[in-house]
Design a protein around this ligand. Structure first.
Ligand SMILES: [Mn+2]
Length: 416
């Protein structure tokens, strides 16, 4: 008789039925969670909204100090978010001159600077593109900003410079897609040449929005080709929301792992487009399938380093700190589930084309409720079993609401 649990099962001599070995499950989950870290974005704590307007929250972070404080609170409660992604425009408006201020915050909060995200969109000059702008002057300004971002990353000891390019066009024939490819290749090679040892250039793709006819890095094939052309320290970043509906994202992940080109993830969930909803809120099975590919890689190659896991979400209805903690908890739960798949047993079933059994081996892990064991892992690591409950008890959200509500009340919610 087939059981999903593979080497997590133990034979029971009385009725010759196998039962799950709780110790084996516990140690599998603990080992997976010990190596699981996920980066949180500074912009996830600030006021955001929809394309129609911002929804101001009384507790939203209004300064970089407040963003670091919120990130530190998430890390204190989850123990899994040691770094915060920074956006140069929003967090370091004076560029490299802001490095000492960030260093002071790192020292004060214990949260390190994570990926550096250049600003390639919020500038009047970038109306027709940044690195792909037909104007050589604008391209050169954008390339210089990439180099500044590399210098910021170097100064902060941050491993990734993460490029999301919003360049594209809205109408056929209005731009030369061919010439823009060449400009982009040139800019990424220049950026790559400036990387310090240990720095990685991440190239993110997106099929549409804000441009609606073509985007200059539209899919993973374009991103891969650009990364390869730039050099060995450029890799592809997969944002789970940046695909057309129905795209097999875990297959893209499998390919990028196979060719050694997967640099990182921006996790989020969506129902329709790039909705930036909470990870796993719409389709937890998809994140599980992606995690399986990563764990397969770890299993099949002992020296395989995990790519950078990052969250790219913006919550405009949920409370921001609460939603971030919920996200981290969901990521840990799905990662723990994926770690329960018995890779050897699955490979055997796949090789002998025992389709239903293979599928049961796979989805059997998904259907395990790992939450109690994830809670046990937290307690074993000196954390609260439920970070969400601990947040409620801490009074942190009430405290920041009091401190920030006047400043947020003055913030405008309109884009007009
Ligand atoms: Mn992203």
């Amino acid at each position: 008789m087939f059981h999903w649990c593979g080497d997590l099962c133990t034979s029971d001599s009385v009725d010759n039925e196998e039962t799950v070995n709780p110790e084996a499950i516990r140690s599998r989950i603990f080992a997976a969670l010990d190596s699981f870290h996920i980066e949180i974005p500074s912009w996830g704590f600030a006021n955001t909204g929809t394309r129609f307007g911002k929804f101001i929250q009384s507790a939203a972070a209004t300064t970089i100090e407040e963003k670091f404080a919120d990130a530190a609170e998430v890390n204190r409660l989850t123990g899994a978010t040691p770094t915060v992604a920074l956006h140069v425009l929003w967090d370091m408006p004076n560029g490299i001159a802001d490095v000492p201020a960030i260093e002071a915050l790192v020292k004060a909060t214990g949260v390190r600077a994570g990926s550096i995200n250049p600003n390639m969109f919020q500038e009047a000059d970038y109306k027709f593109g940044s690195l792909c702008n037909p104007s050589a002057e604008v391209r050169s300004k954008a390339t210089q900003h990439m180099l500044d971002s590399v210098a910021i990353g170097k100064a902060l000891g941050s491993a990734e410079v993460s490029l999301w390019l919003s360049d594209g066009s809205n109408y056929p024939g209005t731009q030369s897609m061919r010439r823009r490819i060449g400009w982009l290749q040139e800019a990424l090679q220049t950026t790559h040449d400036a990387l310090a040892p240990g720095q990685t250039l991440l190239v993110e793709y997106k099929p549409f929005e804000p441009a609606f006819y073509h985007t200059d890095i539209g899919d993973w094939g374009m991103a891969l080709e650009l990364a390869r052309g730039a050099g060995p320290h450029a890799k592809v970043l997969v944002d789970t929301g940046h695909h057309f509906l129905g795209t097999n994202i875990e297959q893209i992940v499998a390919w990028l792992l196979q060719v050694g080109a997967l640099g990182g993830f921006h996790f989020n969930d969506r129902k329709y487009a790039d909705d930036d909803l909470t990870l796993g809120s719409i389709d937890p099975y998809q994140i599980f399938r992606i995690f399986h590919e990563l764990l397969y890689q770890q299993h099949s190659s002992s020296d395989a380093a995990l790519p950078a896991f990052m969250i790219d979400q913006s919550h405009n209805l949920k409370g921001k700190v609460e939603a971030m903690i919920q996200t981290v908890m969901t990521a840990q739960e799905l990662y723990a589930k994926a770690a329960l798949i018995d890779q050897e047993q699955l490979a055997e079933l796949q090789d002998s084309c025992r389709l239903v059994e293979a599928e049961e081996c796979f989805r059997g892990a998904f259907w395990q409720d790992v939450r109690p064991l994830v809670g046990e892992w937290r307690e074993a690591r000196g954390l609260a079993a439920s970070p969400l409950e601990a947040l409620r008890q801490s009074g942190y959200v009430e405290q920041i609401t009091t401190e920030r509500k006047d400043k947020n009340a003055r913030a405008g919610s309109s884009y007009a």
